[in-house]
Design a protein around this ligand. Structure first.
Ligand SMILES: Nc1ncnc2c1ncn2[C@@H]1O[C@H](COP(=O)(O)OP(=O)(O)OP(=O)(O)O)[C@@H](O)[C@H]1O
Ligand SMILES: [Mg+2]
Length: 415
């Protein structure tokens, strides 16, 4: 092809993309890019539509005690990812601070965001930084010293102190130390009226804690339910208004995304991601956001998610997945037994020079893959012949092959 043709083609393509822009403001598809005031403005509109009403009411009744001069107890908050815990609490606590300021009630609130996992030392150090009690350290100072600094800094403060510890299950080492410090030691050492808000998206994480901390956690729980379809429609509608031109969204699209998201997970973050992906596809195709594009976007997101999962999984888990895929190819009905899967896994390990694990450990890998929804496994009883496990691959079409290819290339074998 002539170079000039290529030029015209590219110029034309770019112009076409510019002309058919349907996304006015991308930032509203990604909260990380919004400044705080924009985030709070978006939220206010949504809360006005009674979304998260029940949770907000619980918070109000819990914290009203502060305005009466009482000391409310600590709180543990649970809820699946994307159910609005962080946003709702930030919004609520900001408002509460303003009210207290108005009424001259001394109140301090700090948000310790642990969304990236870190050891106890880091978490304490981050908390100390928030309180201006310390600078950031790599290491070289003990946990004890860090705790003392926090206490010393707070000695003279007499008002309310709310510590909002977000994703508290992400403290990876010495977790008991971290929680025992907050729950048992700190309140005794300072005269501030301490109120802890411990937030997590994992319901099971207290299972491994010191029983005394655990019993504390069970005291005051607030649970954030997954969003329902109506909530999600409100949330999505505001994003459409801010990020897109309403005209470019076919009727029924918001309802469809909300229905899919509420059926599958009730996660607002994922619902917004699906809307964003649909809009990108529409822009690329130069059309409106249509119902068909929503389906396409959902498939793409699923594929991306699984492939990312596989890419970052440890080699043994990848080998187990490859074994299951290879064994399934040899069957007709799509389901295999653990024995067949284990044999295929061992053969795979041989091929890539990976030491195979025992049958029992392999069973654990299968359970893990099940948790990630990469396969389904269930235990079948064979009467007096004991029990066996059935494994079924149930992934979107074509994805199994893609995953297999990805695993092979991760192990650097030619496909
Ligand atoms: N009420 C809402 N209004 C508008 N957007 C919302 C709302 N709730 C959630 N979202 C969207 O979902 C995302 C996740 O919300 P949030 O961070 O509050 O969830 P979370 O419950 O803290 O989740 P995680 O457990 O993963 O931290 C937000 O960034 C926002 O895009
Ligand atoms: Mg959160």
């Amino acid at each position: 092809m002539e170079p000039t043709n290529v030029r015209t083609k590219i110029v034309g393509q770019i112009q076409h993309m510019v002309d058919s822009t349907i996304i006015k403001n991308r930032r509203f598809f990604d909260d990380e890019q919004l400044i705080k005031s924009e985030q709070l403005a978006v939220l206010e509109e949504i809360f006005n539509a009674n979304v998260r009403d029940a949770e907000i009411k619980e918070l109000s009744s819990h914290f009203a005690a502060i305005l009466r001069g009482d000391h409310p107890c600590h709180m543990a908050i649970w809820g699946k990812t994307g159910t609005g815990k962080t946003l709702t609490l930030s919004y609520f606590l900001n408002l509460l601070s303003e009210m207290c300021l108005d009424k001259k009630i001394p109140l301090r609130y700090e948000h310790l965001d642990l969304s990236n996992p870190r050891p106890c030392f880091r978490a304490l150090n981050d908390l100390a930084c928030l309180l201006n009690a310390s600078k950031r350290y790599q290491k070289g100072i003990s946990l004890e010293e860090m705790m003392t600094r926090i206490e010393t800094k707070l000695t003279s403060y007499q008002g309310y102190l709310i510590l909002f510890i977000d994703e508290v299950d992400n403290v990876r080492r010495d977790r008991d130390n971290f929680l025992t410090f907050l729950v048992r030691r700190l309140p005794q050492k300072i005269s501030a009226k301490l109120i802890l808000i411990l937030v997590s998206n994992r319901l099971d994480w207290p299972d491994h804690l010191d029983p005394r901390v655990k019993s504390f956690l069970k005291l005051n729980e607030l649970i954030f339910k997954p969003y329902n379809a109506i909530d999600l429609q409100h949330i999505l509608r505001i994003r459409v208004e801010k990020a897109l031109d309403r005209e470019t969204v076919e009727s029924g699209v918001i309802e469809k995304i909300a229905a899919m998201a509420s059926r599958e997970h009730g996660d607002a973050r994922k619902a917004i991601a699906l809307l964003a992906k649909s809009a990108y596809l529409a822009e690329k195709a130069g059309t409106k956001v249509t119902l068909t594009l929503v389906d396409e976007a959902a498939t793409e997101l699923d594929r991306d998610r699984y492939l990312t999962l596989v890419r970052s999984a440890p080699p043994q888990l990848q080998a187990a997945m490859a074994g299951v895929i290879e064994a399934t190819r040899r069957t007709k009905n799509g389901s295999i037994g653990t024995g067949e899967a284990y044999d295929a896994y061992r053969r795979f390990c041989q091929g890539v020079e990976l030491r195979p694990l025992t049958g029992r450990a392999f069973g654990d890998l299968i359970s893990e893959l099940d948790i990630y929804s990469l396969l389904r496994s269930r235990v079948l009883s064979r009467g007096r012949y004991g029990r066996t496990r059935e494994i079924i691959l149930d992934l979107p079409q074509g994805l199994t092959e893609k995953i297999h290819g990805r695993i092979l290339s991760n192990f650097e074998i030619q496909n």
